[in-house]
Design a binder for this molecule. Structure first.
Ligand SMILES: Nc1ncnc2c1ncn2[C@@H]1O[C@H](COP(=O)(O)OP(=O)(O)O)[C@@H](O)[C@H]1O
Ligand SMILES: [Mg+2]
Length: 335
């Protein structure tokens, strides 16, 4: 079950424009967990025929799927896969899980399993959540490999364009990939307040619940809202407790490393990580980034919208808390 899709107009427009030409390097999209990367990619692939007519050929792969081949793959309307060929290709890697096997053979699926000719087409391959699937140690070669595929594919198959998108929530991977010029990195952010409300209202929240409070805690994150509604039946206290359970061991680790003073600084201003090249703040920053609590944000967004600084939501100029509620819970745990 999925909530009705809201907004992302600018992002879809930007992606469409981007896929309309050969962009030479893979597009690496990253953003907070649950901000809507997967949903955006899937909606983009579903609209591919609308955008490019019968010349549009898009394949989406969910790299984290465990067992279900059909769930892990999505093709744009009008494009079919020969599933026996796909099964044959993944069979060599299948003990690694379906999603990971598919990421290994993603380019071969494009070359061998699509029931369509590729010359003159707008071809798109989207591999979702590459770092979770391939591991941080493999992401560099994987993106480089996708880059090489693009060059080879362009000259061998004569498409109008071939492009590749990879996504991740793992901010840790950025440090590795920023060093290379064989990719373009773009950020996607949580929904803005208006779109968040458009998502909120159809979910039929109880009348006593205050939208402003939900916004202040979840900061436009659609997955967090969906969880609050579906898994917690709008019970904010139970939702808070689940966040406490997730954060308590991390706060314990911070205490163990003697970084409490620094954590208070970062709770008050995420950009503190970045200031003064202070080794202790950098150590804390790495820990918070690795645990997907903080994210680097000084990167152009898909669609070029800016994400303004917002101290109330924990959004700085360079870094931001992925969800505002993390700060509130950390404050509570430090008390
Ligand atoms: N623009 C949107 N409109 C409606 N629901 C959305 C939107 N973006 C994300 N969602 C929903 O929020 C949840 C998390 O989104 P997802 O794309 O899985 O996040 P991510 O891949 O960034 O972790 C999903 O249930 C998804 O359907
Ligand atoms: Mg995702």
């Amino acid at each position: 079950m999925e909530p009705p899709f809201v907004n992302r107009v600018v992002e879809l427009y930007w992606l469409r424009d981007w896929a309309s030409g050969f962009r030479y390097v893979p597009l690496y999209i990253y953003g907070p967990e649950g901000c809507g990367k997967t949903r955006l990619l899937k909606e983009f692939v579903r609209r591919f025929r609308e955008y490019f007519g019968d010349d549009g050929v898009a394949l989406y792969i969910d790299a984290t799927e465990g067992i279900d081949l059909d769930k892990a793959l999505l093709t744009s309307p009008g494009v079919e896969l020969v599933m026996d060929v796909v099964r044959g290709l993944v069979s060599g890697f299948i003990n690694e899980g379906v999603g990971r096997a598919l990421t290994r053979v993603a380019t071969l699926i494009i070359e061998k399993a699509l029931r369509t000719r590729l010359n003159g087409k707008y071809v798109l391959l989207a591999v979702d959540d590459v770092v979770k699937s391939m591991g941080i140690n493999n992401v560099e070669w994987y993106i480089k490999w996708l880059y090489e595929f693009m060059q080879k594919f362009m000259s061998e198959y004569g498409p109008r364009a071939v492009n590749v998108i990879a996504t991740t929530s793992e901010g840790e991977s950025l440090k590795l990939l920023f060093r290379h010029n064989y990719l373009v990195t773009r950020l996607i952010w949580n929904l803005n307040r208006e779109s968040f409300r458009d998502l909120y209202l159809p979910l039929k929240p109880p009348s006593w619940l205050d939208f402003d409070e939900v916004w202040t805690l979840l900061g436009g994150n659609p997955r967090a809202l969906w969880e609050l509604a579906m898994a917690f039946n709008w019970d904010l206290t139970a939702y808070r407790n689940s966040v406490v359970e997730r954060l308590a061991p991390i706060v314990d680790e911070v205490k163990g490393r003697g970084l409490v003073k620094e954590l208070i600084e970062v709770v008050n201003d995420p950009d503190a990580i970045h200031r003064d090249s202070n080794a202790r703040l950098i150590e804390l920053g790495d820990l918070l980034i690795r645990n997907n609590l903080i994210i680097y944000k000084w990167v152009s967004t898909i669609g070029n919208a800016s994400i303004p600084k917002d101290p109330e939501l924990g959004i700085g100029e360079y870094y931001a808390w992925q969800l505002p509620i993390y700060r509130a819970i950390i404050k509570q745990l430090l008390r």
